[in-house]
Design a protein around this ligand. Structure first.
Ligand code: AMP
Length: 210
């Protein structure tokens, strides 16, 4: 099954993607994680993306479309995938269609802006593997250390409150119109993401299995 997770930054896409990935045995493809990896290794694409990312702006469509095209061509994506953070604009969604990629389900995780700003301040991510944690809702077994790979947990620069506000503005302007785009194709399910992670997971699995 080919699934897209939509939702504002901080709505819980990354966390939910990990659960679905374990449940369905299909890979999560996160453009944010791919870009952060490129930044760390200092590739040309990483350098191009850096200033946009740190300002909370979107990386240009042609860059992310190139990334996704390359990633979806890999063998592990042949039996399905979960897209986390792509598409984020209408041209990106159109590019997926133009590649002949058929999307089965689009799950939109809804969380109010105020709750997102609050959440983001507690978010921590693993520097090595990108797994997400939260100081209130999802603590690692050992303080500051990733359960999966023992990497260090850090706060992303773009999770600082001013950047989060900029990212939310971009989300409402550029990404939210995708709800309509996929609703018109009969693929959209809207899921309440404001309660516990487990409640949201249950709603998502129900929507996927419907
Ligand atoms: P994320 O981890 O998904 O929140 O992504 C972090 C940042 O990477 C975003 O704020 C953007 O700067 C960039 N990015 C990730 N995915 C995309 C995308 N599909 N289109 C444009 N920029 C993206």
């Amino acid at each position: 099954m080919n699934i897209i997770l939509l939702g504002a930054p901080g709505a819980g896409k990354g966390t939910q993607a990990e659960v679905i990935c374990d449940r369905l045995g299909i890979p999560t493809i996160s453009t944010g994680n791919i870009i952060r990896e490129a930044l760390k290794t200092g590739t040309e694409m990483g350098l191009k993306a850096k200033s946009y990312m740190e300002a909370g702006q979107l990386v240009p469509d042609e860059v992310v479309i190139g990334i996704i095209q390359e990633r979806l061509a890999k063998d592990d994506a042949k039996n399905g995938f979960i897209l986390d953070g792509f598409p984020r604009t209408i041209p990106q969604a159109e590019a997926l269609d133009a590649m002949g990629i058929v999307i089965d389900k689009v799950i939109d995780i809804e969380v109010a802006d105020e709750a997102i700003v609050k959440r983001m301040s507690g978010r921590r991510v693993c520097e090595s593997c990108g797994a997400s944690y939260h100081l209130e809702h999802k603590l690692p077994a050992k303080d500051g250390v990733c359960d999966k790979c023992a990497g260090a947990l850090v706060q992303r620069k773009d999770d600082h409150p001013d950047t989060v506000k900029a990212r939310l503005e971009v989300y409402h302007k550029e990404t939210e119109p995708l709800k309509n785009y996929y609703d018109r194709q009969g693929k959209l399910s809207i899921v309440e993401g404001q309660e516990t992670i487990e409640q949201t997971t249950a709603l998502i699995l129900k929507a996927i299995e419907a």
